[in-house]
Design a protein around this ligand. Structure first.
Ligand code: GUN
Ligand code: ZN
Length: 439
């Protein structure tokens, strides 16, 4: 009988926070270890707990990274954003449809050039990691080369990423249009090439109902049925003008969401961006189908699209997550996204606890994507994607966090005052992938 070799662990000492449940619905939703230790075995979490309890188990020569004074938590998960829109973030336009026409389509045209795609993908991933985001659901462009550029870059960094080629065969400039058959053929080729290769996962990506013919939506639904563990991502009910347009294009559908439902696009691993103007039947149908909502507050405020209704979504028990929606979103930072989500909730008369916002940006997102057990918390065996958060990152944060009386107050201060400066380090698959420059 052979004896198993000793496990070679790496250890990180800091305050630890991770979630097991949604704090809005469960009393014991998280684990908090004020003086904690995170043990990492290669690319996986081995254990997370109190330093006093775990330290005696370590071999004498174990290297313990001393992050005392910092918080370690799972890497953030951003469930909706567009990598090709990186360079057009903060482009002014009076609403979604003129913004698409004026800035988005000309910007996305440049991704016919694979070299351009590669260059933008590198910057985009740097920016995500600087902000502590280790997993994202990413729209590429209509060009299949843009998907290769993105996954080549994320694979080289060992990141768990979901992405897909935009499907768009009408109501867009000719230079960006695919065809119903061609778009789905390219998507299937990309699924075979990338889905479940290393840490890459594929999302079938019809841009939104107005830019897909009925034939394209039907074929996308058939593809989703043929590859049931792929993801689906699209936009729904973002803006009033867009909703009226969808109603005129699909008069037989009961609602905007129903357009997607008719083509089999509502299922577990479907992620719908925005969900501002859904009614109660839509929310109930989303929950029933296992589809999830990506809440995009910085984008919705920027474009004047509307305010997400957390209370109605919660009443239907829809799976929720937070998303930047860059380039309509105005920041890559999930702290900024939480900040705006909090204010949107207040404007609708509801209240988001800080703990819940951190849940939504970690385990809530993983659950929405059916990736619990893979990413999103520190359960043993999950992938070692984590961030080191500095509650004293700026002079103001240092003063404010010194006054905090409990964890909720500290998380709230981070959500409202934090940004990329509060991310001291980012680890993916157990490897350091970003370190903040020394002050
Ligand atoms: N609807 C269709 N395409 C887009 C896009 O690129 N961004 C946003 N915010 N909404 C969309
Ligand atoms: Zn979007």
């Amino acid at each position: 009988m052979s004896i198993a070799p000793p496990v070679r662990l790496r250890a990180y000492r800091a305050s630890l926070l991770h979630f097991h449940a949604d704090p809005a619905f469960a009393e014991h939703a998280y684990s908090w270890h004020e003086d904690g230790l995170l043990l990492v075995d290669g690319d996986q979490i081995h254990a997370a707990g109190d330093y006093a309890q775990l330290a005696p188990q370590l071999a004498d020569d174990t290297d313990v990274a001393d992050y005392r004074g910092m918080l370690i938590m799972p890497g953030f998960i951003d469930t909706h954003l567009h990598f090709p829109q990186t360079d057009m973030i903060a482009s002014p336009a009076p609403g979604l449809l003129p913004w698409l026409e004026t800035y988005t389509f000309p910007t996305e045209r440049q991704f016919a050039d694979p070299a351009h795609g590669r260059e933008v993908a590198e910057f985009f991933l740097d920016e995500l990691l600087r902000c502590g985001t280790t997993t994202a659901m990413v729209y590429c462009t209509v060009h299949k080369e843009s998907v290769d550029a993105f996954f080549d870059a994320s694979e080289a960094r060992g990141l768990r990423m979901v992405a897909g080629k935009v499907l768009m065969d009408r109501n867009c400039p000719d230079f960006l249009a695919d065809t119903a058959e061609g778009g789905v053929r390219d998507s299937e080729e990309l699924i075979r090439k990338w889905h479940n290769r290393g840490r890459a996962l594929y999302a079938i990506t019809p841009r939104f109902a107005p830019t897909s013919s009925e034939a394209q939506l039907r074929l996308a639904g058939e593809l989703a049925a043929a590859y049931p563990d792929t993801f689906i991502q699209t936009h729904v009910s973002e803006n009033r003008d867009e909703c009226a347009w969808v109603q005129s294009l699909f008069p037989a559908s009961r609602s905007y969401l129903d357009v997607y439902d008719r083509y089999g696009l509502l299922r577990p691993r479907s992620m719908f961006g925005h969900c501002i103007w859904l009614d109660d039947r839509d929310f109930a149908r989303m929950a029933d189908s296992g589809a999830a909502a990506a809440v995009c507050p910085t984008s919705n405020l920027f474009l004047g699209s509307g305010l997400f209704d957390f209370e109605r979504a919660d009443a239907a028990q829809v799976a929720l997550s937070l998303a930047s929606d860059v380039g309509a979103g105005t920041s890559f930072s999930m702290f900024h996204t939480m900040n705006e989500a909090y204010k949107v909730a207040r404007m609708k008369g509801s209240y988001l606890q800080a703990a819940r916002m951190f849940y939504l940006a970690t385990l809530g997102a993983a659950r929405s994507m059916r990736l619990e057990g893979t990413i999103g918390n520190f359960a043993a065996g999950t992938e070692a994607d984590f961030i080191v958060v500095d509650p004293k990152a700026t002079p103001l944060l240092a003063r404010r966090s010194a006054e905090c009386n409990n964890l909720e107050e500290l998380l709230f201060a981070l959500a409202l005052l934090g940004d990329d400066r509060a991310i001291c380090a980012t680890y993916a698959g157990g490897r350091l992938v970003h370190q903040r420059a020394a002050a």
